[in-house]
Design a binder for this molecule. Structure first.
Ligand code: 5GP
Ligand code: ZN
Length: 136
């Protein structure tokens, strides 16, 4: 896609700090990392988001993550990582070319995941009913 920043990075029009590349996927450092080694795993073909990507493309992003995450952790001395995918603007997706974030984690790194709510069982029941009628 001509106005997509990740397509331009993939095509070599814009620079990247390349971590990994094969025929279908490229992984490169996030230019504004959450932690050292923060890596984006990106299919070479342009798809808007996870839901719009073919299942085999989505599965391959996960397979490549399994392959490279241990090396990323070792290289930066991390002991864990978060895997994130922001699907849609309200979820924080800024670049509309599907990608996974590998975010290395360290003991006492101060990062916090999002807050969880207390809800009543009836709320969970209502929610799951609505979802189940639509999930095929
Ligand atoms: P999103 O919010 O769409 O899930 O994540 C987009 C990510 O791409 C952000 O973490 C942002 O820092 C990163 N990013 C944006 N522009 C560039 C760029 O030009 N080069 C690289 N390497 N990362 C970028
Ligand atoms: Zn793109």
């Amino acid at each position: 896609m001509s106005d997509c920043i990740f397509c331009k990075i993939i095509q070599g029009v814009l620079p990247k700090y390349k971590v990994y590349e094969d025929e279908d996927v490229v992984a490169f450092l996030d230019i504004h990392p959450v932690s050292v080694g923060h890596t984006l795993v990106v299919p070479k073909k342009h798809y808007l988001d996870l839901v719009n990507a073919p299942p085999e493309v989505a599965a391959n992003l996960m397979a490549i993550t399994q392959k490279i995450a241990p090396s990323i952790m070792e290289a930066v001395g991390a002991t864990a990582f978060n895997l994130a995918l922001n699907n849609g603007a309200q979820a924080g997706q800024v670049v509309n070319h599907v990608h996974l974030h590998i975010i290395p984690r360290f003991a006492d790194d101060g990062l916090r995941l999002w807050p969880a709510k207390e809800v009543k069982p009836t709320e969970l029941e209502d929610t799951v009913k609505k979802i189940r009628t639509l999930v095929v």
